[in-house]
Ligand binder design. Structure first.
Ligand code: C2E
Ligand code: MG
Ligand code: MG
Ligand code: MG
Length: 279
């Protein structure tokens, strides 16, 4: 039952939301108040180790629980929030919520479970981000090693030197870093080894058709081999079939995330899954 909830269900009824400019303006106005109206909800999608088969981590994924439109996908409102300057506040909410939640998992016996949070470029650039990050971790009483920030390749490529310094500060706190949607951006491979990252996330567009498309299979194999030779771990996202999981296992991929393991879950659903995972 848990597996039928969350995920992309909301796409069914909010697909065209915000497509017309009038709708967009309306959505934009409502977005300004969504935080104080407590309309955001953080879902968690498990990541499974292909070595131990255990749930090792979960990615925090925001949804907008809109009073009339239902759950709205972050694909619809995160770019808007970035455009109108709301992403820092929304991102702060997700970060705090996820850290507090991870702390609760440990008090219920899942002390090793990590959490990852998507970070927009604007958040990293914001004055005082490091202090904010430190404060949130401290207030949640979370071991920093249990938090990973997911950043995209495009974020890395503007102001490379400045970004490396900031990422190094994050690593110095003990917080992990992963590159999201890897393979879709423009990051130069020669820079890759200079960024203080831990994990590469192979974009789901390569994974979707991996058992039928030999190009996707070749690219995925190459990314895994390259990551390992740079001492990075690799996670494949968008894993939906047993066949793709077995392909990835054969290639020595470290972790998988996708509907095969679980859709993004509410807090309560996550507790149920964890109970099964440990039992
Ligand atoms: P992402 O970080 O790459 O997250 C993975 C997306 O793939 C999620 O979509 C997840 O639900 C979806 N997914 C996971 N497994 C599968 C699968 O097996 N098949 C398919 N078809 N899809 C799968 P979601 O939750 O709609 O999020 C979309 C994007 O919105 C995220 O992509 C991320 O870029 C952004 N986002 C979500 N939450 C936040 C947030 O708190 N802050 C920021 N800045 N961005 C966020
Ligand atoms: Mg992500
Ligand atoms: Mg991704
Ligand atoms: Mg994405």
């Amino acid at each position: 039952q848990a597996k039928t909830m969350g995920g992309n269900v909301f796409h069914l009824y909010s697909e065209h939301l915000g497509d017309s400019s009038a709708e967009r303006l309306h959505l934009e106005n409502e977005l300004h108040n969504a935080l104080e109206k407590h309309q955001f909800e953080v879902f968690y999608q498990p990541k499974q180790s292909l070595k131990s088969n255990r749930i090792e981590s979960a990615e925090a994924l925001i949804r907008w629980n809109h009073p009339t439109h239902g759950l709205i996908s972050p694909v619809k409102f995160i770019p808007l929030a970035e455009e109108i300057g709301l992403i820092n506040k929304i991102g702060e909410f997700v970060l705090r919520t996820a850290c507090i939640q991870a702390r609760r998992w440990s008090s219920r016996g899942y002390g090793d479970l990590k959490v990852s949070v998507n970070l927009s470029a604007q958040q990293l650039k914001a004055e005082g981000f490091m202090r904010l990050l430190e404060t949130i971790i401290q207030e949640a009483e979370l071991a920093p090693q249990r938090l990973t920030l997911e950043i995209t390749e495009s974020l890395l490529m503007d102001d490379v030197e400045g970004t490396i310094r900031k990422l190094q500060e994050i690593r110095d706190l003990g917080v992990g870093l992963s590159i999201d949607d890897f393979g879709t951006g423009y990051s130069s491979l020669s820079y890759l080894k200079r960024f203080p990252i831990d994990i590469l996330k192979i974009d789901q567009s390569f994974i979707k058709d991996i058992n039928n498309n030999s190009d996707d299979a070749a690219i995925t194999k190459a990314i895994i081999a390259m990551a390992h030779s740079l001492d990075l771990r690799v996670i494949a996202e968008g894993v939906e079939t047993i066949e793709s999981r077995e392909f990835l296992r054969d290639q020595n991929c470290d972790l998988i995330q996708g509907f095969l393991v679980s859709r993004p879950l509410t807090n309560d659903q996550m507790q149920v899954l964890l109970a099964d995972n440990v039992a």
